[in-house]
Design a protein around this ligand. Structure first.
Ligand SMILES: Cc1cc2nc3c(=O)[nH]c(=O)nc-3n(C[C@H](O)[C@H](O)[C@H](O)COP(=O)(O)O)c2cc1C
Length: 258
């Protein structure tokens, strides 16, 4: 009896060791692939928001990379001055890592988006057609109800007219705040104006319905039953298009490109 108990314990322990080693080996082995998948997902989102792929279009890895190469140019930007950091490894920049590093970021001024730290740099994408810049994609992030939403806003060459918005990571409730992913809601954004005539970032998600872009350019329909997430989107636009975000860069962009 005693023998069998010891045997069972030893056998279970050995099994645990073997399987934990196996699981670790698989996790380590898949790490690179997970990173690559994240990178491809980011590319897929940037292409979509820039209007360089259709909603639901299923592109292979090679097609994604080819479209990225021909249609987008990554630029590293110094947020405070709005200047471009020439020769930088823009695609290697990781904003989430930067905000955890006190040397690469600073405490954010009080803001409604609940952004705590601002990176010194930001990664933007120029939208190219036949070598000509046609617009720009900037990252946005901020708090909704349950989670931080991470996404992109694409602007036309005037750095004012919206091309599109997308969120690639959030944990809002499906059917409520999760409706930020609804293609019908995202279709309401193109043609709206992110800035007023004085270039204050005024675009907001209102409670209720907005008119068409031609008559109601500064508002987008609210997500019903999800006012907190809707306000979160408004707040993150205000922050990232403002003076602590990409405001200075977009001002320079307008001067340069128009
Ligand atoms: C289980 C549950 C999940 C919810 N998820 C969200 C959400 O993701 N986003 C959100 O803004 N509100 C969510 N709400 C609703 C908020 O608590 C709040 O009532 C709502 O934002 C108010 O919006 P309304 O004025 O459009 O009704 C959730 C509520 C419940 C009970």
């Amino acid at each position: 009896m005693e023998h069998s108990v010891r045997h069972t314990i030893l056998f279970t322990a050995a099994l645990c060791v073997v399987f934990s080693m196996l699981v670790s080996a698989v996790a380590v082995g898949l790490h690179d692939r997970q990173l690559e998948n994240k990178r491809l997902d980011r590319i897929r989102n940037v292409l979509g928001v820039a209007g360089l792929s259709e909603p639901g279009e299923n592109l292979s890895r090679e097609e994604l990379l080819a479209r990225f190469e021909s249609g987008l140019e990554a630029q590293l930007v110094e947020l405070r001055s709005g200047g471009i950091v020439e020769g930088a490894d823009a695609l290697g920049f990781d904003q989430r890592k930067a905000v955890r590093d006190p040397e690469l970021s600073r405490v954010a001024p009080p803001n409604r988006a609940k952004v705590r730290r601002v990176p010194h740099h930001g990664l933007v994408y120029l939208i190219k057609e036949q070598g000509q810049t046609r617009g720009v994609v900037v990252p946005i992030e901020g708090h909704g109800l349950w989670s931080t939403l991470y996404g992109y806003l694409a602007l036309d060459i005037d750095a004012r007219t919206v091309r599109g918005v997308t969120f690639y990571n959030h944990r809002e409730t499906p059917g409520l705040g999760g409706e930020v992913d609804n293609p019908n809601w995202k279709a309401l954004w193109p043609g709206r104006l992110a800035f007023n005539q004085r270039f204050d970032p005024v675009l907001r998600v209102k409670k209720g319905r907005a008119g068409p872009p031609e008559t109601d350019p500064y508002q987008v329909d609210g997500l019903s039953g999800a006012t907190i997430t809707s306000n979160g989107v408004t707040n993150m636009l205000e922050f990232w298009l403002g003076p602590s975000g990409f405001g200075p860069y977009l001002a320079e962009f307008r001067k340069r490109e128009l």
